[in-house]
Structures are given as structure tokens and as C-alpha cells.
Design a protein around this ligand. Structure first.
Ligand code: UD2
Ligand code: MN
Length: 500
């Protein structure tokens, strides 16, 4: 029933050693049945829903060196908890694993299932993106559904997803992704008001669904939530729409980036993305990837992200490059076909996406500067030092590389670096520390709003009227004084009329 496995102490050494095999506690996984039961986590409104006339689905699972027990638990949970007459097939793509149990023993095991399970062993390492394309090309059902190889689906998970695709073939729909503990395999439910976003690094991120979207969706907790992005691993999509929309970018390697790419593309080219609260699938989230990245981890990830940025983000790609300057130096490869796709599909702009779909994005639709924020006289720049919310905002010698010195001054008056905003402390008086604070989501809080005077270089707190001063390695609010060089800021690329 989804409870944790207790690893007996005599297995402790083995547990630690074998954690590295898959970056989860494989010994705990082995102590649990591959056919374990799970509670029905659905809310009453979801349980009351009835579905009929649903289309059939081809489920596609790609894997590279997956653990035996997590892979089989994925399969058993799908077969046990899906109406089998809706399952056309399960397609498994083995992305050149080198573990012997994934060859003949797996070929033999999958024959026991009451539905067709196809297993293809790829002759070369393709990466998850191209492996999924091999799978989708084989699919016979009108709906594709992708899963990672270490998930467990729960009661009633499939029908709501198929229902949305049937309702509108341009809806791409994901379940709520619950957490299967990487430590003890306990099934832990996630919030039902979380959606997908992304940051300046072009990492996918979970954020709380804003009020705006909860109002749009209405009071019914069994209605889907529209989400700016999907996590990427688990979603259902009309097969023809998948191809009409340009399937995946075959130029992407190993892992990463494809989730934001398909998210931007879906929204910008006439589709939409949803999370269905009646569908819950548990996934083993890992802190590290267990497998190799042929070509080098950072290189591959930057390569994929740069392709997404170049093709889909228009000039907003600069936010990514400012934050991750080394990505400018990777070769993103030939993107002609993807640019053509965008033209052919007559997709909307990234500005439209930010304004309409994701106004809460850490990346502002309207801004007046992007890059360094410098005190000219000292060549010192504002620097987050990689600190977190609540900590002091800092200063250091300008290095011109962006990264921790990458800031934007937004049209709303925030001085922000990714999702952190400069914030005046609550202490009144002449001086006060400037801290990093999570930026407001629905709009900036008063603590975060500054007016920039291009002539004097002052950044003036709109409410308190004091100025940001760079003192040594820190920022302080001080009484404004045009003669004070520590208040004379130069904002990279500043333009009063703003961007874009
Ligand atoms: C998330 C997604 C994942 C994918 C990834 C970005 C969820 C739950 N997971 O990362 O599906 O979108 O973000 O790319 O949303 N694999 C291969 N070949 C490879 C590498 C991986 O087949 O070269 C398989 C792997 O065995 C797994 C799947 O691809 O079944 C996803 O990989 P992951 O589980 O390491 O990714 P995850 O969950 O960290
Ligand atoms: Mn995964």
C-alpha cells in the first residue's frame, strides 16, 4: 500500500554500495513486491467522474540501465491499474543498456502480460529523445503516452488523460507526479496545485499555481489546470498532433531540454498543456543522474537548452545566455529544420507566450536592462553569490560574465536575478540591508519596486525614497545623495522605452 521499506541493518553496506547503480535505494526497492498495491489517492470529485468512448493508447517507456524491480513495477502497475481494453500495447525501448538482466530475462518476462508488450534493444545509445521517437514510430493507437521507467501509476490514472485528448486533440496532458522516495520507496502524494515553470537556466521547475489560474479553472477540483510547461517524462498526446507539431528535436542528445522545447512549441503553435488532478503517477525523483552522458554532461545539457532557446525564445534567449555564459560556447548544431518548422506552423512569439500563458515567469515579458548592475567608479557589480532568499545581496568586482552578476531591471521596477528580487529590509531608519527575496508572482511587492534615474544612476526605492548604495561587498539603503558615487549605477543595456 505504498508504505516505506525498512532495510534491515545487515543490508546497510550493500544498500550504500548499490545506491550508485541507479541513484536510488535499489535494496529497498527489492524488498517490495514488483506488484505492490497502492491506495486510491483521488479526491471525491475525481472518483465520481465517469468516462466513456475513450480512445486506445500506446504506452512508450524508454530506459537506459534501469533497475529490474523499478522497471517491472512500472509495467505491473500499468497493467493492473489501467482498463486493459484501452491499452493497445506497451512499447519499451532499451537505449543500449549494458546490464544482462535487461536482455533475455526481460524479453522472457514481458511475455506474461495479458497485453502486447514490445521490447526493442537499440544498437546505439540514442538518448531519451530519439529513443522515444523510435517508440512513437511503432505506435498503433491514436494516442501516445510516455512514461519514465521508474514510475507507479495509481487507480484511475489513465481515463482522465485519454478523456482530455479525446475532448480536444490539441491538448497535451500530464498527471500529477507524486514522489516515490529514492530512499525507502514510500509513495508520497504531491500538491494538487503545483504547475510547471522554468528559470533563467532553462531548468524545468515546480511552482505553486497562481490564483489567476485557480479562478479560471473554477471550484471543481476535478478540472484540469493549464500549465506553462510539463516536466517531460509523463504525458499523453494525440499521435497525429504529436507529428503535426514536429514530434521532438532529433538534434537533442541523451537527456534534458526536450521538456521545455515541447512545452513552448505546444503553446506557441496552437496547442495547450494541462495537468489533470484526477490522474496520479508516482515517480522516483533522483538527486543525480546515474548514467553517463556521452559527450560530457554540461556540454550535452547546454547543447539541448541552446537549441530550445535559439529556436523558440526569440531575444529572450539572452536571459539564458546571461545566466549560463558557457552555453554560448557550445555548438548547438544545425537548427534549420526546427526554424522552418516554426515558420511552417505559423507559431506565435515567445513574447506572446510570456504575456498570455506565463506572465508569472521569472523571465519578464517587459524589461529595461539585462546584464550587469555596476558602480562605474569602482568597477563593482551586484552579485547574488549564489545565495538564497533571505540572505544579503552582495557586490564583487565586475567580471562581465553574467552568471551571479546577471540581473534584469524589469518594467515593473524590480531588480531581479532569476526568481530573486532585491528587497529593502523591514528595518526603518537611515540605513538598512538589502536582501534577496523571492519575487512576487502576481506582481511585485512594494519592497521590490525601484525607480531608476538614468541621469544620476540612482536606484530609488519607490516607497521609502532611499537609494541603493554599494558599500564594500554589500548593498544598503541610504539617503539619496547625487554626489555619492556608491549610488551611481550603470545598468547593462538600459533603455527607457524598454525591451522588447
Ligand atoms: C525529467 C523527466 C524525463 C525527461 C527529463 C529531461 C519526469 C518525471 N522525468 O527527468 O522524462 O523529460 O526530465 O530530459 O518528468 N533514458 C534513456 N536514455 C538516456 C537517458 C535516459 O532512455 O540516454 C531514460 C531513463 O532511463 C528514464 C527516462 O529516459 O526512463 C528519463 O530519464 P530520467 O529518469 O533520468 O530523467 P528525470 O526523471 O530526471
Ligand atoms: Mn525519471
Amino acid at each position: 500500500m505504498g508504505t516505506a521499506a525498512e532495510v534491515p541493518s545487515h543490508l546497510n553496506d550493500e544498500k550504500d554500495k548499490r545506491f550508485l547503480e541507479n541513484q536510488f535505494n535499489v535494496v529497498a526497492s527489492e524488498l517490495i513486491s514488483v506488484n505492490r498495491s497502492l491506495p486510491d489517492y483521488r479526491n471525491p470529485q475525481c472518483k465520481a467522474k465517469k468516462f466513456s468512448g475513450l480512445p486506445k493508447v500506446s504506452i512508450i517507456i524508454v530506459f537506459h540501465n534501469e533497475a529490474w524491480t523499478t522497471l517491472l513495477r512500472t509495467l505491473h502497475s500499468v497493467v493492473n491499474r489501467s482498463p486493459n481494453d484501452l491499452l493497445e500495447e506497451i512499447i519499451m525501448i532499451d537505449d543500449l543498456s549494458d546490464r544482462s538482466y535487461l536482455t533475455k530475462p526481460l524479453d522472457a518476462y514481458i511475455k506474461r502480460f495479458p497485453i502486447p508488450v514490445h521490447l526493442v534493444h537499440l544498437p546505439e545509445r540514442s538518448g531519451l529523445i530519439r529513443a522515444r521517437l523510435t517508440g512513437s514510430a511503432m505506435a498503433k493507437a491514436p494516442v501516445l503516452l510516455f512514461l519514465d521507467a521508474h514510475v507507479e501509476v495509481t487507480e484511475g490514472w489513465l481515463e482522465p488523460l485519454l478523456d482530455r485528448v479525446k475532448e480536444d486533440r490539441k491538448i497535451v496532458v500530464a498527471p500529477i507526479i507524486d514522489v516515490i522516495s529514492d530512499d525507502n520507496f514510500e509513495y508520497v502524494t504531491a500538491s494538487d496545485t503545483t504547475w510547471g515553470g522554468f528559470n533563467w537556466h532553462l531548468n524545468f521547475r515546480w511552482y505553486t499555481v497562481p490564483e489567476r489560474e485557480l479562478r479560471r479553472r473554477g471550484g471543481d477540483k476535478s478540472s484540469p489546470i493549464q500549465t506553462p510547461t510539463i516536466a517531460g517524462g509523463l504525458f499523453a498526446m494525440d499521435k497525429q498532433f504529436f507529428y503535426d507539431l514536429g514530434s521532438y528535436d532529433e538534434g537533442m542528445q541523451v537527456w534534458g531540454g526536450e521538456n521545455l522545447e515541447i512545452s513552448f512549441r505546444a503553446w506557441m503553435c496552437g496547442g495547450s498543456l494541462e495537468i489533470h488532478p484526477c490522474s496520479r503517477v508516482g515517480h522516483v525523483f533522483r538527486k543525480q543522474t546515474p548514467y553517463t552522458f556521452p559527450g560530457g554532461t554540461a556540454k550535452v545539457i547546454h547543447h539541448n537548452a541552446a537549441r530550445t532557446a535559439e529556436v523558440w525564445m526569440d531575444n529572450y534567449k539572452e536571459f539564458f545566455y546571461k545566466m549560463v555564459p558557457s552555453a554560448r560556447r557550445v555548438d548547438a548544431g544545425d537548427m534549420t529544420a526546427r526554424h522552418q518548422l516554426r515558420t511552417q506552423l505559423e507559431c506565435k512569439s515567445f513574447k506572446w507566450y510570456l504575456e498570455t500563458v506565463y506572465p508569472e515567469a521569472p523571465l519578464p515579458a517587459h524589461y529595461k536592462s539585462l546584464g550587469f548592475v555596476m558602480i562605474e567608479s569602482e568597477k563593482k557589480c551586484m552579485d547574488t553569490h549564489g545565495r538564497k532568499k533571505g540572505e544579503l545581496a552582495g557586490m564583487s568586482g565586475c567580471h562581465g560574465q553574467g552568471g551571479n552578476q546577471a540581473w534584469t531591471y524589469t518594467a515593473k521596477g524590480e531588480v531581479r536575478s532569476d526568481d530573486l528580487c532585491l528587497s529593502v529590509g523591514s528595518t526603518l531608519g537611515l540605513s538598512g540591508a538589502v536582501r534577496l527575496d523571492k519575487c512576487g508572482v502576481a506582481g511585485p511587492s512594494q519592497k521590490h519596486v525601484f525607480t531608476y534615474d538614468k541621469e544620476t544612476g540612482q536606484l530609488i526605492h519607490s516607497k521609502g525614497g532611499r537609494c541603493i548604495s554599494g558599500i564594500g561587498d554589500r548593498l544598503e539603503m541610504r539617503t539619496c545623495d547625487t554626489g555619492d558615487d556608491s549610488q551611481r549605477w550603470n545598468l547593462e543595456g538600459f533603455r527607457e522605452e524598454g525591451y522588447p
